[in-house]
Design a protein around this ligand. Structure first.
Ligand SMILES: *[C@@H]1O[C@H](CO)[C@@H](O)[C@H](O)[C@H]1NC(C)=O
Ligand SMILES: *[C@@H]1O[C@H](CO)[C@@H](O)[C@H](O)[C@H]1NC(C)=O
Ligand SMILES: *[C@@H]1O[C@H](CO)[C@@H](O)[C@H](O)[C@H]1NC(C)=O
Length: 462
């Protein structure tokens, strides 16, 4: 298929491909709804032509009482004494706002996200259904988003009058939904409790004024997860804290390959933020970010701790202020972490410190760490005139489970150093969680073509 070969930078072509493919993939995901339960709107081309003047905004409510069965929610439903609503004004409210939709598709993840939120906290979950406004061409959708925000603000205002504190609202906006949430926040002058942006949309927003896009002034606390900054997502920090996963551009397991469907190639990176967030809500392992000014600095081991936050690294999820207890809160703080390609996504960050004797020629060293059945590899370029090297590696298991280290002098062509004399190689976990001594091996000669390895004898203290 010719379209599959479209280069990634050709946006209009790609958008069209996205339209075609996601309507095939997503359009079939949701079956007919069960009796009595509400579902998000469907859109068809015919309906689009008939209704395009109207947004047909709708709200669905989910609570623990019926976590699988959404009710259509409105203020009338709230005051209806005949059929009392499950909305409880003394509980906090999570507002889910989806983003751009392809005609004929519904955001199939909404129920999953609502379910994860309800398992984590006893809250009201209100889903904003703006499927009509969010479908069709991206630039037209962008024109709709402030009108959507305005309508949502009317509902929030009424709920506020019914006794819901503005601070008790937490908006979770996906892609364009993040900016919709941001503009609701602007309308309430930053008094909303929290906004979480899941890969906030980039095209047409990156250069926008903070009034027009999500930013830290939109709520008391704004956190964002970035997974596709170079394409559908925004590359600049937009919250108090901004988690950049694997640098924020390309995600593990999303590489374009002949074996992937076009769907997984086009929006895999972009949807990763949502998947990681849902996984974090499940609470299987902590997803903590390390503050650093750039991904490159992070990978080079220049940012090793969370001392600026009193030693606690901010985590993805529902902890107030992402776990930050210092004040004032940071603003536009970039946080970096490495993840795996599937749930629960967590990895350990391991600092590799290498000290070599001066080299005559450049060299390339492959470092491999293995536990019982899992491993990680990293290549280091070594240069004449430099004897100390730092690198951050990711490993699925904690440092204390690492059973062996292997060094291989893989040099060829420009990296011709025959023997690399390693004065010391040390491994330590970052951020330093426990008072743990680094694992070190000293005085090793690594010959070309003759890998060196060492087994560690160690026991985990926990
Ligand atoms: C959505 O479309 C399906 C199949 O076309 C239909 O069965 C269902 O009733 C529609 N749902 C809504 C909310 O319009
Ligand atoms: C509303 O929530 C509060 C606080 O969780 C609880 O005490 C109360 O029983 C709830 N009301 C209803 C009608 O469920
Ligand atoms: C979260 O947990 C639920 C229930 O255990 C499971 O069905 C769901 O797949 C999990 N989601 C993620 C993203 O890990």
């Amino acid at each position: 298929m010719a379209q599959q070969e479209a280069p990634r930078r050709h946006e209009p072509v790609l958008l069209w491909v996205l339209v075609v493919f996601t309507s095939l993939v997503l359009g079939t995901e949701d079956g007919p709804t069960g009796g009595g339960c509400a579902d998000l709107h469907n859109t068809t081309w015919l309906e689009y032509r008939q209704h395009r003047a109207q947004l047909q905004l709708r709200y669905l409510l989910l609570t623990r009482r019926a976590a699988d069965c959404a009710q259509v929610f409105s203020l009338q439903a709230l005051t209806d004494t005949q059929r009392p609503s499950d909305f409880n004004a003394s509980r906090a409210t999570k507002v889910i706002v989806h983003g751009y939709r392809v005609i004929g598709s519904k955001p199939s993840w909404v129920k999953q996200l609502a379910g994860a939120l309800l398992r984590a906290e006893d809250v009201n979950v209100v889903v904003v259904d703006w499927v009509y406004g969010a479908s069709f061409a991206y630039n037209l959708v962008v024109q709709n988003y402030k009108e959507v925000s305005l309508q949502i603000s009317v509902l929030i205002n009424q709920l506020h009058k019914h006794g819901c504190a503005l601070e008790s609202f937490h908006f979770i906006g996906v892609s364009l939904g993040a900016h919709v949430s941001g503009f609701v926040g602007t309308l309430f002058q930053g008094q909303i409790g929290r906004i979480t942006g899941l890969d906030p949309a980039g095209p047409m927003f990156k250069g926008a004024d903070t009034y027009d896009r999500l930013d830290a002034s939109d709520a008391r606390f704004v956190d964002a997860i970035h997974t596709d900054s170079d394409y559908f997502g925004i590359s600049i920090p937009v919250g108090h804290v901004d988690f950049f996963l694997n640098g924020g551009n390309d995600q593990t397991g999303c590489a374009r390959s002949r074996f992937n469907s076009m769907y997984s190639y086009v929006i895999c990176d972009h949807m990763r933020a949502l998947q990681v967030y849902m996984s974090a809500l499940n609470g299987s392992c902590p997803l903590a970010g390390i503050p650093c000014s750039s991904y490159e600095d992070f990978l080079k081991g220049r940012c090793l701790d969370c001392d600026v936050f009193g030693g606690t690294c901010p985590t993805i999820g529902l902890s107030p202020h992402s776990g930050i207890t210092v004040s004032p809160l940071p603003k536009e703080q970039k946080l970096f972490l490495l993840t795996t390609s599937s749930s629960p996504f967590c990895l350990r960050h391991i600092l590799l410190q290498l000290e070599v004797s001066p080299l005559d020629k450049s060299a390339e060293l492959e470092v491999a760490l293995t536990t019982e059945n899992r491993g990680t590899e990293q290549r280091l370029r070594l240069h004449t005139g430099l004897t100390g090297y730092l690198a951050v590696l990711a490993h699925p298991d904690p440092l204390c489970e690492i059973a062996s280290i292997r060094l291989k002098n893989t040099g060829a062509r420009f990296y011709r150093q025959a023997d690399v004399h390693v004065k010391s190689v040390c491994l330590s976990e970052i951020p330093p969680l426990r008072r743990e001594e680094p694992l070190c091996v000293n005085n090793i000669n690594v010959r070309r073509g003759a890998p060196w390895s060492h087994d560690f004898v160690q026991v985990c203290a926990f």
